[in-house]
Design a protein around this ligand. Structure first.
Ligand code: ACO
Length: 388
């Protein structure tokens, strides 16, 4: 095909280009509907647990009581990480970003479980269990290690989300806080072909091991255009300081064409349904544990921004209220993206399995813009200077 005819097909960032069939997640961005395997996100967040939703995403159906009990027991059994992984993390620089620590430690699991039998259902099940079980342990371990403390071992009497908060803070969490955190994990578990999920599928398509698949997705999620906006939302709210300053801030930002953090989404033209649920969770947290003053700023910003930017289809996204919930839960700001990864690993693994079910290696083409074929010249004859 000529460059001219491929140019017609070219969509920077693959915007709007379908690259797979998928039965995992559906988004209706005009109506603000999101479903996992056909179940509305509102029902899953209200009635399910994160592990139940992870099972649904990965195996396609909600588990029976027995299936869920078995899955929870397996995950609980595999929560611990080898002392060698913990020793490796102790060698990481304490000033490094927790996402880099997570990417390295997730990849290291491939060294410990190196049998690459991705065509065997038992291997797939074991890998799913290990990744879902160990990622939270590794996130919490690095948090303590970088503070010069020893990691806290998982507690078998605590459920998945409560155990993570316990390993992070060395305190058994309030049951309501643990449930709210579990609901946050449900909301972030899957969102079709975002950058990190696409990255997971590209890596999966080479038939490599699932630890490499998850490590590549973690690396992609780490970028500021993808996973990190909820950190920036908190910084922005603190900069605005009080509801009275919202209009001035907005008008200046809009006149300078700066982005309002936590607003806008490629898929949604209305408020992201996850933002609506997270706002409710923030209110539940504040009712029980005391208000965060930044919530008033956030609400004023949502009101003003929705009238100024709403006509362009720009409304709060999933990141707008999540940082306020996480801060109230005692999660440090630079762990917001690793917490996102703890949840999204369920979606990545669902896409890993789906990719393997009908695999074709991803190998897109390009439009070449370089030199025409030319003659090689010996070193002493070269005169063209190029700054490296
Ligand atoms: N604030 C102000 N204006 C915005 C915003 C925003 N947050 N988002 C989009 N716009 C405007 C743009 O300025 C542009 O206006 P123009 O047509 O007059 O030039 C128009 O809307 C289209 O913007 P794009 O950046 O092209 O929209 P795109 O769909 O590519 O971007 C994105 C989506 C990246 C999420 C964008 O809205 C953004 O940067 N938001 C802020 C960062 C953020 O909250 N990211 C988290 C996303 S959710 C997630 O990844 C988990």
């Amino acid at each position: 095909m000529s460059n001219e005819s491929t140019e017609i097909l070219f969509r920077p960032g693959l915007e709007g280009v379908p690259v797979t069939h998928s039965a995992i997640c559906d988004i209706d961005g005009n109506q603000g509907n999101l479903s996992y395997r056909g179940y509305p996100i509102e029902d899953l967040a209200a009635h399910s647990t994160f592990l139940e939703v992870a099972y649904l995403l990965i195996w396609g159906e909600l588990p029976t009581q027995q299936q869920l009990r078995d899955f929870e027991a397996e995950v609980q059994m595999h929560r611990r990480v080898s002392f060698r992984v913990r020793d490796m993390m102790k060698c990481f620089p304490a000033t490094g970003h927790p996402m880099d620590a997570l990417q390295s430690s997730a990849a290291s699991l491939g060294l410990f479980y190196s049998r690459r039998a991705i065509d065997k259902p038992q291997y797939v099940y074991d890998a799913v269990v290990r990744l879902i079980a160990k990622i939270p342990t590794m996130v919490a371990a690095f948090q303590l290690i970088r503070k010069g403390q020893d990691p806290i071992q998982p507690r078998d009497d605590l459920a998945y989300s409560a155990n993570f908060l316990y390993m992070l803070t060395d305190r058994e969490p309030d049951p309501i806080a643990a449930r709210i955190f579990d609901r946050c994990l449900i909301l972030h578990a899957e969102h079709s072909l975002n950058a990190s999920t696409f990255s997971a599928r590209v890596t999966a398509s080479t038939l490599t091991d699932p630890y490499a698949v998850v490590a590549s997705a973690v690396g992609t999620l780490a970028g500021p255009l993808h996973g990190g906006a909820n950190e920036d939302v908190l910084a922005m709210l603190e900069q605005i300081e009080s509801p009275e300053n919202v209009l001035d801030y907005l008008e200046e930002a809009i006149s300078k064409k700066s982005k309002i953090m936590g607003f806008g989404h490629r898929e949604y033209r209305v408020k992201d349904p996850r933002a609506t649920i997270l706002q409710g969770l923030a209110e539940e947290m504040f009712a029980r544990f005391g208000k965060d003053d930044m919530y008033d700023v956030a609400r004023a910003l949502e009101d003003e921004a929705s009238s100024l930017l709403g006509p362009k289809g720009i409304y709060p996204n999933v990141d707008f209220y999540s940082g306020l919930v996480y801060r109230k839960l005692g999660i440090p700001r630079d762990l917001f993206t690793p917490v996102f990864a703890i949840s999204r690993v369920a979606g990545w693994l669902a896409h890993w399995r789906e990719q393997l079910g009908a695999n074709r290696i991803f190998r897109p083409s390009q439009i070449y813009t370089g030199k025409d074929m030319r003659a090689w010249s010996p070193l002493e004859d070269r005169s063209i200077q190029v700054d490296p």
